[in-house]
Structure formats: C-alpha cells, structure tokens
Design a protein around this ligand. Structure first.
Ligand SMILES: [Zn+2]
Ligand SMILES: [Zn+2]
Length: 478
C-alpha cells in the first residue's frame, strides 16, 4: 500500500474526527493559520508524493510574511514578481512588510500594454531580473504570475513564495506550468511554491469574474474524473482514487455553496480557495494533472491560443473551462445510453478502418485546426497520438467489452442542469458567445479538443469508434 503520510504538519485527528469526515482528505489549521492535511492513504500503484508546502489561508497574513519566510529558512534576498494591478492589491504591502523586516527585495513589475501572458517574454524577463545573490522568488498574483514564477523557480533552482491575489484557478499548488511558447499552450514541469499565502481579505477584493473563473475551473473536475476512469478502462491508466476524490470533493463543495461564494465574504472566499488549493494539490501528490484537467481544459486552451493568435484578449481560463464543460456535458450524458453493439459487426469495423485518416491527412488536419506553428508543436509533443490500426482496434474492442463500466462511471456525473444553475447563480458565463468565442471557432474547438494531447478521453473514444460526428451534430452549437 502506498501511503502519502507524514505531512510536514500532520494534525492529530482522533478516530472520532476521522469518522466524521467523508472527504478523501481532511484539513484543519494550526495557530499560525497554516493548513494541515490529514494522512492520505491510497492503495493505487502510483508513486504518491507528500506535499511539504507551507500553505496559509486566513487573515492578516501579509504582515506575517517575514516570519513565515524565516520559519522556512529561505534566506533574506529575494525578487518580487507582480504586475501593476497585483502590486496595488498586495505587492506594495508585501514589499513594505519585508523591507521593514530587513529583507533585501528587488522588484520585477511585469508591465504590458495588453494582457500579461505566461510566455517566453515573461519567463525571460523574470529570469533576467534575478541577480546572483537572489535566494528566492516571491510571486504576487494569480494564474499567469504564479505560472511564470513557478517556471523560473524550477529553471533557476530558487524556491518560490506565492502570495495569491484571487481565487481564480487551481494552479497555486500545482507543479505543472501551462505556458505559451510561440503561441502554443505547452505544459512544462515547474516547482510548486514552497510557501503559499492566501489572505482572505485580499482574495475577496478580486472581481466577481475571478470568483466565477475559480468555480468554472473546479466544475471541470467532474469531466476530468470521468475521462480518467475511462482512460483506466481502455488504456490501463492507473486511476488514483484518493486524488480523484480530492478533486471531486472540491467540486461537490462548490455545488453546495454558490451563495456564500457569490457574496465574496470571507466564508465563501475560504470555501472556494480551499477547493482550488486541494484540487491543485493532487498535481503535487501524483505528479500529473489527470485529476484536474481533461478535454474541457483542452477546449479552453484552444480558445485562448486562437484568440491570442488573432490579437484578441483571451477569455479567463476558469470561465472558459466552465463553459467548455457545459458544452461537452451532453456528450457524456448521451453516452450513458449508448449501445455499442455495432462494434461487433464486421462491416462496421471495416468501414471504421476504411475511414481512418492517413498520417498525411491527420497532419494536414492538425495544421488546419491549430495553425502551422502550434500544430507542429503539438504533433512533436504527442508523437503517440497517431494510432496504428491495430491499436485503434484494440481500443475499440476494449470499449465494446467494457461499455457497462463506462456507462456506470458516466452515471455518476451530476446533471448538467445542476452545473448550469450554479454557474447562473454566480452570474458566470454559460455560453461561448459570452466569452467572445464565435461560432466557427466554437465548432472547430469541439472537434479538435480531443487532438490537443494524447491523453485518453471520451471524445477520443467517440472518434475512434466512429461516433463523434453524430455526437457533434447533436450539440447545441450548430
Ligand atoms: Zn484549470
Ligand atoms: Zn493513489
């Protein structure tokens, strides 16, 4: 049995307390408002890493940052990374607290005429702002700034302190950086910040759209979990029940609490940031993003890349994930009653084989869907994504003989109405049009979301069994 136990700050739960919590992982706080995780026991065969980060969620935390850093022994010379907005929100206060405690802090304020993107320019700008004596990095911001700094932290071997400014995405506790390279959304290894500070009174000043975005990012976990289980059924991927439940518990918590989140009071802010932190921690625990991202993220990334390529401001990440989840949800619901008996018919299988894209056709499709530069990058990053017929046939046969197991998994999804109602209660966007995604981009994204990476999904299953066209025709996007 793999045990990700002995957290750095294990709380002492009594058996009674353990029994009370139906969660895969229980949390509490110590006197310094530091998050303590219960022991995580999992019987799956993945190598579970024990998170050792110091994660603080509470109030009055910015003034505590010098003590928080000293407790961790990171040194006294740092580079603080922010943008003009996050400087106002928390950066200047962080800087003042550290300087008055005799820390030597250089400032790297990322100024852009448009939106700040986690691209080669930003990563380069931060890296070049580091001096030989810089001991650690402090990011003050949410998605982009955290990801940029995480990447530089990994590349330069300097630990990161992250001061969150919005409960807008689950990347604070992640160890993977979504970055843009020549316009293509790529994923690179990063270091999880050693210290994460989430001050509720700062987070709650973030605009409502950033709360909507955080909720959207978490609601996508239902799709991610279903696709992961299906990946286990078809491709023998190891599904980690503990990580899966952590992400799902996070999503369930949000479904139950839309009102406090909409109010952006401390309680709702805490509910949302805890859900985001816990979902993100699964990336730390198992080293990949299977529990938190699947085709809904692919589609969201696609919108972002294509809008950037057109010179248009991309929609917020989590808002896109929420809308993309809603858009593909009907396919997951429909498959619950899908009869796969045609897969036993020789003529059907022969037709599947005859309709396969050849490799040059597939390459042409990738370049058309993603554009030359991005398409080439994705094909290079996912060489196994072009299947041999033997492999496709193996997967088709596996799907045919396991259709009940797949349908059972899909039956666990909450109804689309429940998801949509929560998003509407929060005033979050529920359609691609509200995100500025036009009809052509939407249609293309629904078709090529499966091609973004080789990770197995229900959409790949539909494609490989010849059902995708029919399912797409049925969606309310036409
Ligand atoms: Zn996300
Ligand atoms: Zn596990």
């Amino acid at each position: 049995m793999m045990t990700a136990s002995a957290q750095l700050h294990p709380p002492q739960f009594t058996d009674h307390q353990k029994g009370e919590s139906p969660m895969a992982i229980a949390i509490r706080y110590d006197a310094d408002q530091r998050l303590c995780l219960s022991e995580l026991n999992c019987t799956c065969q993945l190598d579970h890493q024990t998170p050792t980060q110091d994660v603080y969620v509470g109030t009055g935390l910015i003034d505590q940052i010098p003590d928080i850093i000293r407790r961790r022994g990171l040194g006294s010379r740092a580079l603080l990374i922010c943008d003009p907005t996050t400087y106002e929100v928390a950066g200047s206060q962080t800087l003042a607290a550290l300087r008055s405690a005799n820390f030597q802090i250089d400032l790297c304020r990322l100024e852009r005429s448009g939106s700040l993107e986690p691209d080669e320019r930003a990563v380069g700008e931060v890296a070049l702002s580091i001096r030989p004596e810089t001991e650690f990095l402090i990011s003050v911001g949410s998605g982009s700034i955290t990801d940029i700094t995480r990447s530089v932290s990994y590349l330069t071997g300097r630990p990161q302190v992250c001061v969150g400014t919005a409960p807008s995405m689950d990347g604070y506790t992640s160890a993977i950086c979504p970055l843009l390279l020549r316009g293509a959304k790529i994923h690179r290894k990063g270091d999880c910040p050693e210290i994460i500070v989430c001050d509720l009174d700062i987070l709650r000043t973030a605009p409502l759209e950033m709360f909507q975005s955080g909720v959207g990012d978490v609601l996508g976990k239902y799709i991610a979990k279903a696709d992961w289980v299906i990946g286990g059924i078809i491709n023998d991927e190891i599904y980690c029940p503990a990580s899966g439940s952590i992400a799902l518990d996070a999503a369930n918590k949000l479904l139950e609490n839309p009102e406090p989140i909409r109010e952006r009071a401390r309680e709702g802010t805490r509910i949302l940031i805890e859900a985001l932190l816990l979902a993100g921690l699964t990336v730390m625990i198992i080293g990949h993003t299977r529990a938190v991202a699947s085709v809904e993220h692919n589609i969201a990334h696609y919108w972002e890349m294509m809008q950037l390529a057109r010179g248009v401001k991309p929609p917020a990440h989590g808002a896109s994930v929420g809308v993309a989840s809603l858009l593909i949800w009907p396919m997951f619901e429909r498959f619950r009653t899908q009869n796969l008996s045609m897969l036993g018919d020789l003529a059907y299988i022969e037709a599947l084989r005859a309709n396969r894209l050849t490799r040059p056709e597939r390459e042409a499709w990738m370049l058309r869907a993603f554009g030359e530069s991005i398409g080439t990058t994705f094909m290079a990053e996912n060489p196994e994504d072009f299947l041999t017929w033997e492999e496709q046939l193996r997967r088709v046969e596996r799907a045919a003989s396991n259709q009940l197991a797949i349908r059972e998994e899909l039956a666990r999804l909450p109804s689309i109405d429940r998801i949509r109602n929560v998003m509407l209660k929060l005033g979050a966007p529920t359609t691609a049009r509200e995100l500025g995604v036009d009809s052509d981009l939407l249609k293309l994204s629904m078709r090529c979301g499966k091609d973004y990476r080789s990770r197995y999904t229900l959409l790949k299953l539909l494609d490989e069994t010849g059902l995708l066209d029919d399912y797409l025709r049925d969606l309310p996007i036409n």
